[in-house]
Design a protein around this ligand. Sequence first.
Ligand code: C2E
Ligand code: MG
Ligand code: MG
Ligand code: MG
Length: 283
Amino acid sequence: LTNNPNPHLINPFNLEYDLINKQQKSLAAQLPDAINKEQLELVAQPILNLSSKEIVSVEALIRWRHPSKGLIAPAEFINIAENTGLIHSISKWVIETGLAEVSKWQQASLNLSISINISSKDLLQHEFVDYIAEQLVLFNLPSSSLILEITESVIANNPEQSHAVIQRLDQMGIAVYLDDFGSGFTSLASLRNLAIAGLKIDQSFIANLTTSNRDNTIVTSIIDLARNLGFKIIAEGIEAEAIESRLIALECDYAQGFLYSKPIELHGFINWAKTWQPKQNVI
Ligand code: C2E
Ligand code: MG
Ligand code: MG
Ligand code: MG
C-alpha cells in the first residue's frame, strides 16, 4: 500500500468505474427531461390465477426510450431517480398512466387491476396515501383496481412508518404486495404485523425450483408460511412448464413469467388479453 500512487499508472478497475460513473451522470442529467419529452413508457406483463389461468392483474414496468441510447431498463435509472429525488414525479407518472390504462381496459370490458412498483421513498412521503386516494377518485376507479408492489428494504429501514402507511392503504382497500420476497431482510416479526395482501417470491428462487433441492425447500416453506399467515402468493419469473407444474402442486395462487407472456407494449395489451388462451395441459 502506498500513500503516493504513481499518477501515470492506470488502474483498469478505476477506469471502468469512471466510465460507469460518467454514463450514470449523463443519464442523471437527462432524466429530468425524460418525462416532459414523453420518453418514458410502460410495458405490461399479466399476472394469472395459476389454477384457472385467468388474468387477474397486470404489472406495469417502466422503460426509458432514450433518443440515442435506445430502450433503457429500469435497473439502469430507477436508482438514479431515487438518489436525485426524481422518483416522485416518475412514480406519479407511472400511477397516473397506469390508472388511465385501467379505465381503457374497463371500457373494453376487461376487469383487471394494475400492479405498480413503488419506491420506498414514495411510501414514506407524507402525502402519498392521500395522493393515491385522490387519483382513484379522479379516474373514478375502485381501490381494487390498484395493487402496489414494494420491496422489503423499506420495511427493514422504517418499520413503524411503513407499517402505518400499509395499514392505511389496506383500510382503503388497496392490496400491497412485498416484491422480490426472500432476497431482502423482512423479519418474521414484521411479517406478523404487516397489513399486506401477499408476497411475490423472488424469481431467483423460482428459476431453479425444479433443479435445486434447496430452492425447492425454500419456495415450499415460503408458500406454507404465507398461506398460514393468510397471504396470497405470486411466483414471478416462471419460464418453464416443469416449474409451473411444481408451483401448481404447491398450490401457489398466482403466476407471472415469460412462459405466459413477456412484458408487452400497452397499446397491444387489450388485444393480447382478449385473445389470451392458456395452453391446455396435456396429461
Ligand atoms: P420486479 O418488480 O421484480 O419486476 C419483475 C422483473 O422481472 C421485470 O424486469 C420483468 O420484465 C422480469 N421478468 C418477468 N418475467 C420474467 C421471466 O420469466 N424471466 C425473467 N428472466 N425475467 C422476468 P424489469 O421490467 O427489467 O424490471 C426490473 C425491476 O425494476 C422491477 O423488478 C422493479 O423493481 C423495477 N421497476 C420496474 N418498473 C418500475 C416502476 O415503474 N417504478 C419503480 N419504482 N420500479 C420499477
Ligand atoms: Mg414488481
Ligand atoms: Mg419482483
Ligand atoms: Mg425484481
